[in-house]
Design a protein around this ligand. Structure first.
Ligand SMILES: [Ca+2]
Length: 350
């Protein structure tokens, strides 16, 4: 039977326990109170890594995905793919908008999956209008994660450069500093390559690096994350709505490319936004040249750049995170949030 004395003791114990939790978990509680507002700009449908990045963006209560915008190539078809993925994973309320169409050279490998979702009438909202409206409603609060050629970003800067600088930050998968394609750190590097997202729209990339927005760059040096067979079977065998959708998209991609092993470049840009310690950055002055190289040159830093990551550490974060995409379960202990490094001082070219 509970006496007054044990009741007070219980109360005090609970109070001390609660204070203890508050002291141990301030970052998690603060994050839970105000999730990060994010827009994901993607060319989903060509390579397979965008789908894996989108799944991760949906996985965390710390992210409020304001919308998915599609860039490059057939942006309407990409929007259909994104909308179907959102619907299949229980996120159909997240808006999808399509950016300006361009000529694309890479095949749309997940065409049939995308075509199964109807084109809305009278069409998709415009991605640039959508982003501008979101920025104006939430000045200084939005993280734009760009995992596509920078056509939408270029259009956004052209339309309203001041509004673009009202983004809290831009996190990109893009560029190549020391390592090029295929340089995985096991053999001597062959040197940087023009990276796809930069190369496809060099003028837009130049505008981005000169825009004066806090910019976080995940180049080829740190994003060549090979999704090997053991990891694939671990994820695809789980049978959640998300892993089933990823598995279906993977099958179409691998049939189209005759490549069994995806490289999850884009997923690192989303992972960085959630867990910056997965890809430590350093300030650099990056210049985009006319051939699409991203050169580190002397000068005032205009980007925080991640030159190295640990693939094993990344997948130990990625797989458990994506298994909770629809579950809405709380964070696991190892997913606690270290501090985000400060953005470099804003830099603007004359
Ligand atoms: Ca992409």
């Amino acid at each position: 039977m509970m006496t007054k004395g044990t009741g007070i003791l219980t109360y005090l114990t609970a109070f001390v326990f609660a204070v203890g939790i508050c002291q141990r978990l301030p970052a998690q509680e603060n994050a839970a109170a105000s999730p990060e507002k994010v827009i994901l700009d993607t060319d989903i449908g060509d390579d397979i890594d965008d789908a894996f990045a989108l799944a991760l963006a949906l996985s965390s209560p710390r992210v409020q995905l304001l919308g998915v915008t599609t860039a490059w190539g057939d942006t309407d078809l990409r929007a259909r793919l994104a909308a179907r993925f959102l619907s299949r994973t229980g996120h159909s309320r997240i808006p999808v908008a399509a950016g300006p169409k361009t000529h694309a050279v890479y095949p749309f490998t997940q065409l049939r999956w995308a075509e199964a979702w109807p084109e809305p009438k009278p069409g998709w909202p415009d991605a640039v209008d959508f982003m501008l409206d979101a920025i104006r409603r939430n000045p200084g609060q939005i993280t734009l994660i760009s995992i596509a050629p920078f056509s939408n970003i270029g259009a956004l800067i052209d339309r309203d450069p001041a509004a673009f600088r009202q983004l809290k930050r831009v996190v990109i998968m893009g560029g190549s500093i020391h390592r090029g394609y295929g340089d995985l750190g096991y053999l001597p590097d062959h040197g940087p390559d023009p990276e796809y997202n930069v190369l496809m729209d060099i003028p837009a990339a130049k505008k981005l690096f000169a825009a004066g927005v806090p910019l976080y760059m995940m180049p080829l040096d740190s994003t060549q994350l090979k999704f090997q067979e053991v990891l694939r079977s671990t994820l695809f065998s789980q049978g959640t709505a998300t892993t089933n959708a990823l598995s279906e998209l993977y099958e179409q991609w691998t049939a189209s490319t005759q490549n069994p092993t995806p490289t999850l470049f884009d997923a690192m840009a989303v992972a960085y936004s959630l867990r910056p310690d997965l890809c430590p950055t350093e300030p650099m002055h990056i210049v985009v040249d006319d051939k699409g190289y991203t050169r580190a040159e002397p000068g005032e830093p205009n980007a925080q750049v991640c030159l190295n990551s640990d693939s094993d550490k990344f997948f130990h974060f990625y797989i458990p995170a994506v298994l909770r995409t629809e579950a809405g379960q709380p964070l696991m202990a190892h997913e606690s949030v270290p501090a985000d490094p400060a953005p470099v001082k804003k830099h603007r070219h004359p």
